[in-house]
Design a binder for this molecule. Structure first.
Ligand code: MCA
Ligand code: AMP
Length: 505
């Protein structure tokens, strides 16, 4: 039967013993293993109540099993809903109540807490999946047959929901269809010249677009191999690099690599491609990498809602500080944010995109969805940019109040809401300022209520139970008052200027 996305993964028919994933300890999973394991997992999902269209929420450590679970959801016609492993139970509770999944899968160590949240939010099934073949879902999958009648799914059916925070209010679930994922992966495979001979050094997390769709789906389409590291670790990267042909990373990966003496032309000569995205790659990092290795990092630009929109060319100049050209099939324009009219070439405005890569809308939020699309179907990204005379897209800023720290998005509003709710806090403003490792460092500027003394450590300790670690401010600065304009609005640009040097570099 036809399954729009899974039908594109064909290698288990033609070259079943080809390695799909090799883990750190040298364990190999072939394309044949992928087919069998996804069949077993899909049978286990169905046997435990998952029906086509149901959401399956997954907060597990990075492992081949987690990838098999993603593909099993695709095969079973379910909607995969991955969650950052850093999210606290308080954060998980919102996702479960909003998405109403039929099953939540968590790490065995978190079972107790997640089961309580699942009970409160009415999620009927709780399963666990560990890094090895441990956890209740693995056990159930092992007991199942690998033969599974893959469920029919069309181009427009949902394959995944990825939550992305909003500048106001709660996180929104971006609904991604089979064709959103399939079309983008096929485009990237061709644009970046991925073939079966490629070996991707995979050190990204797999609960976001970058590590899951850009990396894994592209590899699947090419029938190539991934060397799977649990996380970015420079020692391990240098150990595995000789066996890789390509690597994808967020700018922090490259910032760390250029500080390492092991990064040389010799160590990277066999590599055909280094790709960066998720946050701006500083031109100085691009130049340093080129000087040390002779290789020009290829920078591309995307969003959870849109997959990848633009890329520097494979052949041709990869220009530092730009994100390249719109990908084939993607329409990109720059408009006046107020009126929506296209601005002249070279002028700065709002980046808008349209194409098969663009999501179907936010889960159960028709008004929010409508507000972010123009009448002619273009999606308003919230990124400010321009197109230069040679056609390269530059991202020059953000029209949205967002901090990107080490490739993770942090919405100031969410952190401010938590801080403002604390006893003794009058108000707060959360900003991003330059950070030598993470690109931007989340920073809180806080005003105490009269007669109260605030303590940085106490604020951080209280936040820790509520928010994932990457969202925690690297510094909390207590001030007497916040700068405001004549309209009474907090001037975050003034704060960013005042504190721009606090992390050095
Ligand atoms: C870890 N910490 C962080 C971050 N990561 N703090 C702020 N920002 C972060 N990104 C915390 C840790 O909890 C720890 O806290 C302290 O900082 C230092 O940790 P360290 O060991 O240095 O960090 P790490 O474990 O090496 O992680 C850094 C990392 C990682 C490798 C950059 O964050 C990462 O893999 N980021 C990739 C994110 C990503 O894949 N984004 C793609 C989103 P403590 O010391 O208190 O314990 S998809 C997307 O954006 C779109 C679609 C796109 O275009 O791709
Ligand atoms: P996310 O919500 O995690 O999908 O993050 C998407 C946002 O990351 C985009 O809207 C951009 O602001 C930012 N982004 C992704 N890639 C790049 C890049 N190469 N340069 C600058 N910003 C980027």
């Amino acid at each position: 039967m036809a399954n729009h996305l899974f039908d594109l993964v064909r290698l288990f028919d033609t070259d079943p013993t080809k390695t799909f994933i090799e883990t750190e300890d040298g364990t190999l999973f072939t394309y044949e293993d992928l087919f069998a394991a996804t069949g077993c997992f899909a049978n286990a999902l169905v046997a435990n109540g998952v029906k086509p269209g149901d959401r399956v929420a997954v907060q597990v450590e990075k492992s081949p099993g987690a990838i098999f679970l993603y593909l099993a959801c695709v095969r079973a016609g379910a909607v995969f809903l991955p969650l950052n492993t850093g999210y606290t139970l308080a954060e998980i509770e919102y996702f479960l109540s909003d998405a109403e999944p039929a099953m939540v899968v968590c790490d065995p160590s978190r079972r107790e807490g997640v089961a309580e949240v699942a009970a409160r939010t009415g999620v009927p099934a709780v399963e666990t999946l560990g890094r090895g073949k441990d956890g209740s879902l693995w056990q159930k999958a092992i007991a199942e047959q690998p033969v599974f009648d893959t469920v029919t799914r069309g181009a427009d059916d949902l394959a995944a929901i990825l939550y992305t925070s909003g500048t106001t209010g709660r996180s929104k679930g971006a609904m991604l269809t089979h064709d959103n994922l399939a079309s983008n992966a096929l485009t990237l495979k061709d644009y970046w010249h991925f073939t079966r001979d490629d070996v991707l050094l995979h050190a990204l997390p797999i609960f976001h677009t970058h590590g899951l769709f850009v990396a894994t789906n592209t590899i699947l389409m090419a029938g190539a191999t991934m060397l799977f590291l649990p996380k970015f670790d420079a020692d391990k990267v240098f150990e595995l690099l000789p066996r890789a042909t390509t690597m994808m990373g967020v700018p922090t990966f490259y910032v760390r690599l250029v500080q390492d003496k092991r990064l040389t032309a010799g160590a990277t000569r066999h590599m055909r491609l280094f790709i960066s995205g998720s946050a701006p790659l500083l031109a100085e990092t691009h130049r340093a990498f080129k000087e040390m290795t002779g290789q020009a990092i290829l920078e591309r630009y995307g969003m959870t809602e849109t997959n990848m929109n633009t890329s520097n060319p494979y052949d041709g100049a990869r220009v530092a500080g730009t994100v390249g050209f719109p990908l084939p099939g993607v329409d990109l324009r720059v408009t006046d944010p107020e009126t929506g009219t296209e601005v002249a070439k070279g002028e700065i405005g709002m980046i808008e995109v349209k194409g098969p890569n663009v999501f179907k809308g936010y889960w159960r939020m028709p008004e929010k969805t409508a507000a972010e699309f123009r009448g002619d179907g273009f999606f308003i990204t919230g990124d400010l940019g321009k197109i230069d005379a040679d056609g390269y897209v530059h991202i020059v800023g953000r029209g949205k109040d967002l901090v990107i720290s080490g490739g993770y998005n942090v919405y100031p509003k969410e952190v401010e809401t938590e801080i403002d709710g604390m006893v003794g806090v009058f108000e707060s403003a959360v900003i991003g300022v330059p950070h030598p490792d993470f690109g931007e460092g989340v920073t809180a500027v806080v005003v105490a209520t009269p007669g109260t003394r605030l303590d940085e450590g106490a604020i951080l300790a209280a936040l820790e139970t509520r928010l994932a670690k990457f969202k925690l401010p690297k510094r909390v600065i207590v001030v007497d008052d916040l700068p405001r304009n004549t309209m009474g609005k907090v001037q975050k640009n003034v704060l960013r200027e005042t504190y721009k040097g606090i992390y050095g570099g």
